[in-house]
Design a protein around this ligand. Structure first.
Ligand SMILES: CC(C)(COP(=O)(O)OP(=O)(O)OC[C@H]1O[C@@H](n2cnc3c(N)ncnc32)[C@H](O)[C@@H]1OP(=O)(O)O)[C@@H](O)C(=O)NCCC(=O)NCCS
Length: 185
């Protein structure tokens, strides 16, 4: 096993670590890959500077926490995950995740990274609720979120324009109380 580089949250198969400027070239092909961004809010072309700014902005913000997703076995960076719009008064935030290396989809890494972030949000940050938006055609993500305990809360009808037509956006959420019950043996 490789030595972990600056680990922040450690799971079984993946760990999460802060992104560095020298990660920008790894992130770049992901955010221009049509298969990856088809299920994200992102749609404009990105260059190296966009990614450097994303990384720099992330670590200056009081309302956002961004981490890289790294495979423990190989120390390979495969994606990023974040808590966005952290509302310290009402104690909720929006979860986001992107595994940019498509060869690593469907191996359980997304659900594990989600669980690590959820644990951090509830136990360390004191959040009460975590919510997310997912497009109706992203069944892989919906399944990964369900595995981490999220439940469907509502639907934003025809909120998403993609490939020439409109799709629903699903809102999912996880309450701290529900998560405590979900993780109990
Ligand atoms: C969404 C994403 C984070 C999920 O991570 P992942 O590591 O691929 O997901 P996991 O392996 O943990 O879980 C995926 C589950 O969906 C299942 N799945 C895959 N394709 C599916 C489909 N078309 N329909 C239903 N389930 C599907 C998998 O079998 C797996 O379930 P299982 O473990 O019960 O077999 C990742 O694929 C990704 O980053 N995709 C591109 C960006 C994106 O969509 N981000 C989320 C935006 S809301």
């Amino acid at each position: 096993m490789h030595g972990m580089r600056n680990p922040f949250l450690i799971g079984e198969k993946v760990y999460l670590r802060p992104l560095e400027r020298d990660d920008a070239p790894t992130l770049l092909p992901w955010v221009n890959d049509p298969d990856v961004i088809a299920t994200l809010m992102m749609y404009t072309p990105k260059n190296l500077q966009s990614e450097l700014e994303f990384i720099e902005r992330a670590y200056k913000s009081d309302t956002e926490i961004i981490l890289g997703i790294v495979l423990k076995g190989s120390d390979k960076l495969i994606g990023t995950t974040g808590l966005h719009g952290i509302d310290w008064k009402n104690r909720h935030c929006e979860f986001g995740i992107l595994i940019g290396d498509k060869t690593e989809w469907d191996k359980g890494y997304g659900a594990e990274a989600t669980r690590l972030m959820v644990h951090y949000a509830f136990e360390i940050l004191g959040m009460h609720r975590i919510w997310l938006r997912v497009y109706e055609y992203n069944q892989r993500a919906i399944r990964a979120y369900e595995k981490a305990g999220f439940v469907r809360e509502g639907v934003l009808r025809e909120d998403r324009y993609h490939n020439g037509r409109f799709f629903d956006t699903i809102v999912m959420g996880l309450l701290r109380s529900q998560w405590e019950a979900h993780r109990a043996p």
